[in-house]
Design a protein. Sequence first.
Lengths: 111, 123
Amino acid sequence: QSVLTQPPSVSGAPGQRVTISCTGGSSNIGTGYDVHWYQQLPGTAPKLLIYGNTNRPSGVPDRFSGSKSGTSASLAITGLQAEDEADYYCQSYDTSLRVVVFGGGTKLTVL
Amino acid sequence: QVQLQESGPGLVKPSETLSLTCTVSGYSISSGYYWAWIRQPPGKGLEWIGSVYHSGSTFYNLSLKSRVIISVDTSKNQFSLKLSSVTAADTAVYYCARPHSYSNWNDVGFDYWGQGTLVTVSS
């Protein structure tokens, strides 16, 4: 059971917009710690998509965007493409557990 | 271009110690950052194991703390992971990673990762 809760799966057709939620609590996202997002293609290491809630590293398309409100965060992907099919993880820090925590991951299927 | 590469045995017997090394190229560990180990059991999610600074200062996942030692060798530009008393539950792909910011160890994302190495615990 992950401290950060993500839906196990989401799906969308090419060109559509999808969002992936990451729900935490008062000891992690709600304390003000940043949320970061990763994309993991099969058999590869995670790739940082969003850091500090809303910032994109160089080279990440602006189709990917992040937001945070209260004890939750979201990753939005617009103009869905077949190559976006992957697992997505959120990450933050939990002050009670004193641990860097990850969400359980969400599998994105492009229909 | 910063690159990280994990190395070590791919098979460890139960109750023994798992030992991995991460070799960093393109950046001097001595220049900063809290370098991290993260693992992923087959078909499962990511778990942060711990982080180390070039001074040797460490932060560990409390669920593993009694079994984990992370150390750094700045002369070789490497940092290492030792996990003792392993069981099948420690079977995972182990990644080393560098955070996007050198300012702290916990409120950071990880922007450079090694390719990962699968360690299987089995007799």
